[in-house]
Design a protein around this ligand. Structure first.
Ligand code: PRX
Length: 635
């Protein structure tokens, strides 16, 4: 492995400038020096921004899992690839070596093939954070099946919508999952979801909780007996560079979730390169990312990025508060973790507790600590820096998205001086720009604008599954010739970026990216509801929480409002998942609308934030009087 690792700040600028002058040469070298290819590429990059058409390394042939596992076997066969830390600290941790991972993935790959899964088939994975989740993901990629991991906190109808959208042939789940002192009936949720999913032929079930579940004859099979029969080696599928690797759903500001499609070679090159540089990874490090594999962070920085580098990666099944608020720190101490990567919401929730929970554990193994998923506020940044990093392990505040595949803007540890709340500078190879309302690029520093990226990078999503038009419209039409991130940002006097938050109707709650439109759709299905509008408002722990303004139908107006609040939240829970529940609900008689019928969310946002100071011009509203009513009724 010979990625260029930048050694100091001066070198960063030299390296960065070179990467911008000759991007193809830059990526060509990285791809050439760090992976095993069956066949090299003809062209590094071909693209058309207008059409949102991108091809990286075309002509190349490769298998990402061979790069994650097989090529390490000679040197690292006995090295631990995965440390599994169970939910219950009394259950023994598992250390899975690269050789054992090879055998487990090979068996799983053989099972999938025997069960009729072929290259290009979609497989839905709905599993808790257990080693089988990693094994199944890698087995799919090994045989060229497209994995669609659905976070095991989503409800049956959210699972069904994702299965139907990409036509999955198979679902892999478990008899249940542990989360703190709760168990979750994952198989029951899958059974419910599958009532509306005709494309699913088979369900494979891993054992975890030994819950008493129903198995449907002819459709469902226990995974373990199939694995017991399978042989422990497997010939990997030879994939084209642009063959699909996985689909991962993310919320949009309108309509149904977007199945972001990532392809093989570019994603491989990008996750490996970013992992190595951003976490300053060295051979004997133990790296831990606390995300769930059901999100992009888990895909790129629990599985692919670390394994491509032959690293040891921790998979943690539990939650930060179980059995007590010291769990994260206990695990760092127990496994001598060197890089720790978590979300601001977790930091904020732990910072509320007594710091004796941190200080009673030995964290001296840590070298680099990271943050991802939402802006990290100054207070949380300092707490993290003081108590966890002990002011010696740099914080990498990493900005990126499901769509970008990997980290885009982040300090490089020991190279980029950090600054609280700033993601700082783009990685070599990445070209961010800020745009004004007239779609002009804003030059210079100390400026604010919409964050776009003006040149392709290998990790970018290639399309939205089944809807390329939506891909083009969402990301490549607001600022022609550029990728629009949906985020606003400022650039300070030295050129550091600070992400200020979404500029569209997506709200980030506890690091989860929630579109307001699908939540409104779910609420509007409630028989008592006529119309609704959701906005985000600042929340101490979650970053943002959701505030719903709801107009009731006449019949609904007679109902007990406390019961309605409960019902509406249960409805959201069962249609989307508990993460999308509203913190506050206010029943209103109308919503502020423009003459064209568009809800003025800006006003609702201000009311939800409790800021009644300046609503701006309300004269263009169809019903300006409603603002006063909503203001007075704020909950
Ligand atoms: O608004 C940005 C925020 O999370 C969004 C992407 O969410 P998702 O696709 O779910 O991916 C999350 C994990 C990469 C972004 O558009 N975001 C992510 N990281 C940061 C951030 N906002 C501020 N600072 C960050 N470090």
């Amino acid at each position: 492995m010979s990625y260029y690792q930048v050694k100091n700040f001066e070198e960063y600028f030299k390296h960065y400038n070179k990467s911008i002058r000759e991007p193809r040469k830059f990526w060509d070298k990285i791809a050439d020096e760090n992976f095993t290819w069956y066949q090299q590429w003809d062209k590094v990059l071909e693209f058309d921004m207008q059409e949102a058409d991108f091809k990286w390394f075309s002509g190349a042939k490769v298998n990402i899992v061979k790069n994650c596992i097989d090529r390490h076997l000679a040197k690292r066969g006995n090295k631990t690839a995965i440390i599994f830390e169970p939910n219950n600290p009394d259950e023994e941790a598992q250390h899975i070596t690269y050789t054992q991972l090879y055998e487990r993935v090979s068996k799983m790959a053989n099972v999938l093939r025997e069960q009729g899964i072929k290259k290009g088939d979609r497989v839905c994975i709905y599993l808790p954070m257990i080693p089988e989740l990693a094994v199944v993901v890698l087995a799919c990629a090994r045989i060229g099946a497209i994995h669609s991991v659905v976070f095991a906190g989503f409800s049956a109808s959210a699972v069904a919508a994702r299965i139907i959208d990409c036509g999955c042939k198979m679902v892999i789940t478990s008899d249940g999952g542990y989360r703190g002192n709760k168990t979750i009936d994952l198989k029951g949720i899958v059974d419910e979801a599958l009532k509306t999913c005709p494309t699913v032929e088979k369900v494979l079930v891993a054992k975890r909780t030994n819950a008493d579940i129903k198995m449907q004859e002819g459709r469902d099979q226990w995974l373990q007996p199939l694995l017991d029969e399978a042989v422990a080696n497997n010939v990997a599928e030879i994939m084209d560079a642009e063959d699909p690797l996985f689909i991962l759903y993310t919320s949009g500001s309108t309509g149904k979730p977007k199945g972001m499609l990532h392809t093989t070679a570019g994603y491989m090159v990008y996750t490996a390169y970013t992992f190595k540089n951003i976490f300053a990874y060295e051979e004997n490090d133990v790296y831990w990312c606390t995300a769930d594999i059901g999100w992009i962070t888990g895909h790129s920085y629990i599985l692919y990025g670390p394994l491509l580098n032959g690293a040891t990666t921790v998979i943690f099944e539990g939650i930060p508060s179980y059995p007590d608020f010291g769990r994260f720190w206990e695990v760092i101490d127990k496994h001598k973790v060197t890089q720790f990567y978590t979300a601001p919401t977790a930091i904020r929730s732990l910072a509320k507790e007594d710091w004796k929970w941190v200080d009673k554990h030995d964290l001296t193994s840590l070298k680099v600590i990271g943050s991802v998923g939402e802006p990290i506020n100054e207070e949380a940044w300092h707490w993290y820096n003081d108590h966890v990093g002990k002011k010696k392990s740099p914080i990498v505040d990493t900005w990126w998205q499901t769509e970008t595949g990997g980290i885009m803007i982040s300090p490089l540890p020991f190279v980029t001086p950090t600054k609280p709340t700033y993601a700082t500078l783009p990685l070599p190879g990445i070209q961010p720009v800020l745009m004004d309302e007239l779609r002009n690029e804003i030059e210079g520093n100390q400026v604010v604008g919409s964050l776009c990226i003006k040149f392709p990078w290998p990790g970018m999503a290639r399309t939205i599954w089944g809807d390329h038009q939506r891909f083009k419209e969402t990301y490549f039409s607001a600022y022609p010739g550029k990728y629009f991130t949906g985020d606003g940002a400022l650039r300070d006097e030295v050129g550091y970026y600070r992400i200020t938050g979404r500029v569209d109707d997506v709200v980030i709650v506890s690091g989860h990216n929630l579109g307001t439109a699908p939540i409104e759709d779910a609420i509007n299905e409630h028989p008592s509801v006529a119309e609704s509008a959701i906005v985000g408002f600042p929340h101490d722990v979650k970053g943002n929480a959701l505030y719903g303004f709801i107009i009731l139908k006449e019949a609904g107006a007679w109902r007990n409002q406390d019961n309605l609040v409960k019902e509406i939240n249960e409805h959201i829970s069962s249609h989307i998942g508990p993460i999308a529940k509203l913190d506050k609900i206010q029943f209103v008689s109308g919503l502020p609308k423009t003459r064209s019928g568009k809800i003025m969310r800006r006003i609702l946002r201000k009311i939800a934030e409790g800021d009644f100071s300046n609503f701006g011009d309300t004269s263009t509203l169809l019903n300006p009087e409603i603002v006063e009513e909503i203001k007075n009724g704020k909950v």
